[in-house]
Structures are given as structure tokens and as C-alpha cells.
Design a protein around this ligand. Structure first.
Ligand SMILES: Nc1nc2c(ncn2[C@@H]2O[C@H](COP(=O)(O)OP(=O)(O)O)[C@@H](O)[C@H]2O)c(=O)[nH]1
Ligand SMILES: [Mg+2]
Length: 464
């Protein structure tokens, strides 16, 4: 990432496909000069360059390689009160790739160079407009795979995580102030803060940091989709339920056991979360090689799932009950959470079977009539939302980068508490607190190394 923040950079900031609107962004000390060379404001707004306030002006772009002027709006931030913390101009015009390319070429001729990946956000970071946690959140918003990820990224961008870190940092700074004041008056034996107060306040910091550390440990990789697998004896109605949940006739449904031989997957939306639903086969005794293969696939699918829906037909024949229990136990042994679903519940009641006693928590559905399917969806939503990983406030990229520093800060504070309890001396406590502060600064990006910055900003697209 070039550290020259003074030269003026430009890039197309809108997606590369043709669209109604395209945006070209220019940032740097010469943004106004460059904009003035190719933009003509409509008459009543021709004094836009004199404004000290952010301005929106309607006019045209004059590009020599184009035969006619291009209608455009100019957004102009004349001072450091812009996203990048420096003068910035944005041209909003027709989103035609060749027109945008021609405009950008003209901007380069006027003296701007091409922006590198993430360079606008990098400048925002260098100008102190955002911290590193928020810079990562910008990337998270751009890359969000579904509503849930977008929500996490927006919270992080809004400063939810930052403000918690800043709170802890202020608390430590204030404690450090008290301890160091005490050190200055050590001869006079004046105590600015009691050991108990130090321990209590530091314990509060640890609780807050612990929550963020836990979050960072459980956060799922970005783009990870939870997987729900339908499992159960042949004819339990898995494929019918699969079709009902995805809202389409994808899986072949038949009363001939072993109809489904391959597994099928489809993405469904559960409470704003994209979830992969998988219909499995291979639950009967393997009579041929294909069925053996189906069994292998089924086991693999089960092992990598986040939730198994074990389907038991309400009209299950008593003679097959033992087999149902055996296979369910086998599926349950994979260590994945399992939810019992009584299927075909329009047919009869399962209460007579011995197995029924175990099914206190089951969900009754009829995929054929649709009864209970809505309630099942709601339960899936609850289960997935209850998953700790989905409650994280940290983006996975931030988690990976910060985990070590968060743990480091927590350990330093823990050592400070032990030192206070053992009356080791305020100098030792202060030393640990300074270490904790350093670790927190690393999380926020107040101390950083070039390779960390390179790693973060090179993941951005150009124009952001
Ligand atoms: N009455 C009734 N029949 C169902 C229901 N769900 C599935 N079936 C029937 O049960 C048989 C097996 O269904 P299928 O979905 O192929 O089961 P799978 O082998 O577990 O995939 C088919 O004849 C379906 O029509 C249901 O909710 N009610
Ligand atoms: Mg099937």
C-alpha cells in the first residue's frame, strides 16, 4: 500500500456491470482542480469550487474522446470532512462501462493516478476517520454473503465493537493515571486508589474483553453456510419435506424405498440466514454398490452438518421401530445437534411405539398438507440463532487478526490483578496495564505493521 497520501487518486467505485448509475471517485489535494478541468456545472451552480461545504452540483462531463457532453452530478467535499479525510469528488453518471472508462482515462490525463485496492478506505484510516476494526467492517459490508453477515458488518462499522474496546482502554488509562500519581507520592504514603478498587475495575475490564474474545473464537468463517440435513428411514417423507421447505419439487418422492440415491442440496432462507438444506439417501440396507456409495455419502453429509432433522414417520410400522432407534443413535453419535421430526403426521399417531417416549421435543409435521411446517421453520430459526457463532459481533477477518491481541490484553490485566492481590508493587501493575493498552491499540490499529495493513487493504476491491 503506497504511503504517499498527498497525490490524487481515482477509480470507478460502482460495480463493473452496466447499470443505471456509475460512480467515479477522486480523492487528494488536487481533487477540485481535476474536477474543474472536466466538469461543467449548469449555470446556476458554477461557483461550486468556492464552496467550503459539501456540495452536490448538476452538470456535464466534457470528455474529448466522446462526441457529446455526458450528463453527470458532482458530489464535492472541499475539505477534510470527507470519507478519506481529504478533498474528494465523485462523479455520478450513466453506468456504462465504456463511458466510465473514458471518463477515468480523462481524469488520469488531468493528473490523478489509479487508486490501489482499498486505498480510499486506507486514507480514511490514515486520517483517523475510522479505526482498523471499522476498516475491516467496510470490507465486511461489501462482501457480506447474507443478511446475518451484513448485520454483523454494519454493527462493527457503526462502532459497536470499537466503543467497547475504547471503554476498556479508557478504564485502564484512568487506572494507570491513579497508580502513577500514587507512585509520585510514594514517600508521603498517599494512596490514590485502593487495591480492592484496582481489582474490581480490572475484573470489569476482563469481563468485557472476555466477551469479545469468546466472540472471536466462535465466529464462523465469512461466507460459511450452516447445513441442515434431513435423515431417517426410507419412506419417512424426507424428500417430501425437503420439497416443502425449499418450495419446489426438486426431490423425487415415491413410496418405493430407495428412490433417492444421491443427496440433494438447496439453499433456503431461515430468518435472514442462508442455510443449506440437504436431503439424504442410503438409509436402507445396502443391496448393491450404488446403495453402498449412497451410504458413504450420507455419512459424510451428516458429519459436516450443523443440525440433523431426524424424520420418523408417524405411521412407522412397529416392526421397523428398533431399526429407526438404532440408526437414529448412529446419526446422533456424529456429535451434531439432532432435532426429532415426526413426519406424515396426517396419517396416524406414533404414541403406541416405544420410541415415542423419547420424543418429548419432537416436531410434528405433514409435508403433504403443510401442517406444522411453519412451526418447524421457526424452530430451525431459534436453533440457529441460539448457536453462539451467529451472535458474534465480530467479523471473522477481525477475529482472526485480533484474537491474539485480545487474549494478550486479557492475560496482562489478569497478571495485573494477581500483582495487586499479592501487593507486588504498583510499578509492576502499571507495567502490565501498559502492555494491555498496547495490545488494545493493536486491535484498533493505533499500532500496526505494514504487512497487517497490506493484508487488510489488499482484500478490498479497487474504488473502495
Ligand atoms: N400422507 C402423507 N404421505 C406422505 C407425507 N410425506 C411423504 N409422504 C409419502 O411417503 C412416501 C415416501 O416419501 P418420500 O418423501 O419419498 O420419503 P423419503 O424416502 O424419506 O425421501 C411417498 O409416497 C410420499 O407421498 C405426508 O406428510 N403425509
Ligand atoms: Mg427420498
Amino acid at each position: 500500500m503506497p504511503l504517499d497520501l498527498q497525490d490524487t487518486i481515482a477509480a470507478i467505485a460502482s460495480p463493473s456491470d452496466p447499470a443505471e448509475r456509475g460512480i467515479i471517485r477522486v480523492s487528494g489535494s488536487d481533487a477540485a482542480g481535476i474536477a474543474g478541468q472536466l466538469f461543467r456545472a449548469d449555470e446556476d451552480a458554477s461557483d461550486w469550487q468556492c464552496s467550503r461545504l459539501p456540495t452536490r452540483v448538476v452538470g456535464t462531463l466534457l470528455i474529448p474522446s466522446l462526441s457529446t457532453p455526458l450528463p453527470s452530478a458532482l458530489m464535492f467535499w472541499p475539505t477534510s470532512r470527507s470519507y478519506t479525510g481529504q478533498p474528494m469528488a465523485e462523479f455520478h453518471t450513466i453506468g456504462s462501462p465504456p463511458l466510465l472508462d473514458a471518463t477515468l482515462e480523462r481524469i488520469h490525463e488531468c493528473g490523478a493516478r489509479s487508486a490501489e485496492r482499498g486505498e480510499f478506505t486506507f486514507r480514511a484510516f490514515m486520517a483517523g476517520k475510522i479505526d482498523l476494526v471499522q476498516a475491516e467492517a467496510v470490507l465486511g459490508v461489501i462482501d457480506a454473503a447474507d443478511h446475518e453477515e451484513l448485520q454483523v458488518a454494519l454493527t462493527q462499522l457503526g462502532g459497536g465493537v470499537t466503543s467497547r474496546l475504547v471503554d476498556v482502554r479508557s478504564e485502564i488509562l484512568s487506572l494507570l493515571g491513579d497508580l502513577e500519581a500514587g507512585l509520585d507520592f510514594v514517600e508521603e504514603d498517599i494512596e490514590f486508589i485502593t487495591k480492592q478498587q484496582v481489582c474490581d475495575r480490572l475484573t470489569g475490564c476482563i469481563t468485557r474483553l472476555q466477551q469479545l474474545t469468546d466472540d472471536s473464537a466462535t465466529r464462523l468463517p465469512s461466507g460459511y453456510r450452516r447445513r441442515i440435513v434431513l435423515a431417517g428411514l426410507p419412506n419417512a417423507g424426507k424428500s417430501t419435506l425437503f420439497n416443502r421447505l425449499i418450495g419446489a419439487e426438486r426431490a423425487i418422492v415415491s413410496s418405493t424405498p430407495g428412490t433417492t440415491r444421491d443427496y440433494l442440496t438447496s439453499v433456503i432462507n431461515v430468518g435472514g440466514m442462508d442455510v443449506e438444506l440437504i436431503d439424504t439417501a442410503g438409509w436402507e440396507t445396502a443391496a448393491d454398490l450404488i446403495m453402498q456409495h449412497a451410504q458413504t455419502l450420507r455419512s459424510e453429509q451428516l458429519a459436516v452438518s450443523d443440525l440433523i432433522l431426524w424424520c420418523t414417520a408417524a405411521d412407522l410400522d412397529e416392526s421397523r421401530s428398533a431399526e429407526n432407534v438404532r440408526l437414529r443413535a448412529q446419526a446422533n453419535a456424529a456429535g451434531v445437534s439432532l432435532l426429532d421430526v415426526i413426519t406424515r403426521c396426517d396419517l396416524s399417531r406414533i404414541t403406541e411405539t416405544a420410541y415415542a417416549a423419547e420424543l418429548q421435543d419432537s416436531h410434528r409435521v405433514s409435508a403433504q398438507t403443510g401442517a406444522g411446517v411453519q412451526q418447524l421453520s421457526e424452530e430451525l430459526q431459534r436453533r440457529l440463532a441460539g448457536d453462539r457463532s451467529s451472535r458474534s459481533e465480530l467479523l471473522s477477518s477481525t477475529s482472526v487478526r485480533c484474537r491474539e491481541s485480545l487474549v494478550g490484553a486479557t492475560n496482562a490485566i489478569q497478571t495485573a490483578i494477581s500483582s495487586a492481590e499479592e501487593n507486588v508493587g504498583d510499578e509492576v501493575i502499571a507495567l502490565e496495564l501498559r502492555d494491555a493498552l498496547h495490545q488494545l491499540r493493536a486491535v484498533l490499529g493505533e499500532v500496526y505493521t505494514d504487512d497487517i495493513l497490506d493484508h487488510i487493504f489488499s482484500n478490498f476491491c479497487i474504488g473502495k
